[in-house]
Design a protein around this ligand. Structure first.
Ligand SMILES: Cc1cc2nc3c(=O)[nH]c(=O)nc-3n(C[C@H](O)[C@H](O)[C@H](O)COP(=O)(O)OP(=O)(O)OC[C@H]3O[C@@H](n4cnc5c(N)ncnc54)[C@H](O)[C@@H]3O)c2cc1C
Length: 387
């Protein structure tokens, strides 16, 4: 609960939050530990989320969605984070892959793919990173060479969220002549096409119920009408969409920090040392007061960015600031909250331990925090008079 009221949500949003909370508590939370062991969430939970109207909520109604907005997407991210449910990659599917199709697809492509994404019949993945191209997407080596009405794809990708279960792979590839340049083509590849192979599920230090894997493309033939936008013109589309992706990471980071504060409040209220509640030590009170203040500040900035993104005006630098600062805040918060749990904080059965492990990657993916600082730094000197 924030001190400053969050006034950005409508009564419909509040109702959505309530039903999302019930859904996650009923359909995801009880099974999450099982899925951590399996390394993947089952397809059935995707179907159930679709039936509950909780996939692709920001798409227009004409594609089968409830027709909410990006504030609704934020609510779903917050509710998943609140319960530490890092398993099903719903936001990658609903709020990264689907917007590319909506914003850059033809009407035929939208009708072909979006309703099945809303229902959970088709799961999406964003397929950019390669073994030697992460931060620097110009170094992508996967090629999409045009032959008549088809592209022929060859290459290897890695670290792909939803990689094991995805049906629709949004792949970034180079045109034949594009190495080292910003030329990229974005193509939706159906995962059951001949020549697409999935590598083994990668073992991660956290987010264990989320499937992350390598993907291989060997002479995969894809019709040209699976391309989003123009050939070789994908790079600006990525830059545009990444702002919202980064804000989503910030939203989750603030929600996780809030949850960590609440878990720690409850734990330190019950636990005693030297005959005193841990909550009554000044060290505990000061640490949690600092954390609460920082979360409050972060929430105000994120909510302001949410208003901007909802009117399609989110500034790339503001998104980079939100992603960088909120994920650093989450790192500090989880470290301190875990410390206040003592040895129990290191035990996997405690949500603080799992959140600590899950959180680390948020400073790396979606553009590392070093890249975020670069984006922010550029604005400091641009337009300033020469010294
Ligand atoms: C769990 C997980 C899920 C992921 N999901 C997806 C997904 O669904 N789809 C997808 O395409 N990718 C995904 N990724 C990949 C992720 O986006 C990349 O790992 C990330 O962009 C960093 O790239 P890299 O790993 O190649 O690191 P590198 O680019 O090799 O960076 C290594 C280090 O160098 C630093 N560095 C790089 N360039 C600079 C610079 N110019 N200035 C200063 N420092 C720099 C980086 O910040 C980092 O600290 C995922 C990764 C993980 C771990």
């Amino acid at each position: 609960m924030t001190i400053l009221p969050r006034e950005i949500f409508s009564p419909e949003h509040v109702t959505l939050r309530d039903s999302a909370r019930k859904f996650f508590e009923r359909e995801v939370l009880p099974y999450h530990r099982e899925w951590e062991k399996a390394g993947v969430a089952p397809r059935s939970v995707w179907k159930r989320a679709g039936e509950a109207g909780l996939l692709c909520v920001a798409l227009p109604e004409e594609y089968g969605s409830a027709g909410f907005d990006r504030l609704a997407s934020a609510i779903l991210i917050e509710e998943q984070a609140r319960l530490g449910l890092s398993g099903p990659g719903f936001s990658t599917h609903s709020d990264i892959v689907a917007p590319y199709i909506l914003n850059y697809g033809t009407e035929e492509q939208k009708r072909r793919w979006l309703p099945a994404m809303v229902s959970g019949d088709k799961i999406g993945a964003i397929v950019l990173t390669e073994p030697s191209a992460g931060s620097d997407l110009r170094a992508i080596r996967t090629t999409a060479v045009r032959e008549g009405d088809e592209f022929v794809l060859n290459g290897q990708k890695t670290f792909i969220t939803n990689g094991q279960c995805a049906d629709l792979l949004l792949v970034a590839a180079k045109p034949a002549q594009g190495f080292g340049s910003k030329k990229l083509t974005l193509i939706v590849v159906e995962a059951d096409r001949r020549g697409v192979a999935r590598g083994k599920n990668l073992e991660k230090i956290g987010m264990k119920a989320q499937d992350t894997c390598e993907l291989f493309f060997e002479n995969v033939r894809v019709p040209v009408n699976n391309m989003l936008g123009e050939e070789g013109a994908g790079f600006p589309l990525l830059s545009k969409e990444l702002a919202w992706e980064r804000l989503q990471i910030a939203i989750g980071a603030v929600a996780t920090s809030t949850a960590a504060l609440e878990w720690t409040r409850d734990y330190t209220r019950d636990r005693k040392a030297f005959g005193t509640k841990i909550a009554d030590f000044q060290n505990t009170r000061f640490r949690l007061a600092e954390i609460k203040t920082e979360i409050e500040i972060a929430q105000a900035f994120v909510d302001r960015c949410l208003v901007e993104v909802n009117r399609s005006k989110l500034d790339v630098t503001a998104a980079a600031m939100a992603k960088y600062w909120c994920t650093e805040l989450m790192g500090r918060t989880l470290d301190q909250c875990l410390q206040l749990h003592g040895g129990y904080g290191y035990m996997w059965e405690y949500p603080i331990a799992r959140a600590y492990a899950d959180a680390r990657v948020h400073r790396i993916y979606g553009g590392s925090n070093e890249i975020m600082r670069e984006i922010i730094a550029r604005t400091i000197w641009s337009g300033a008079p020469e010294a």
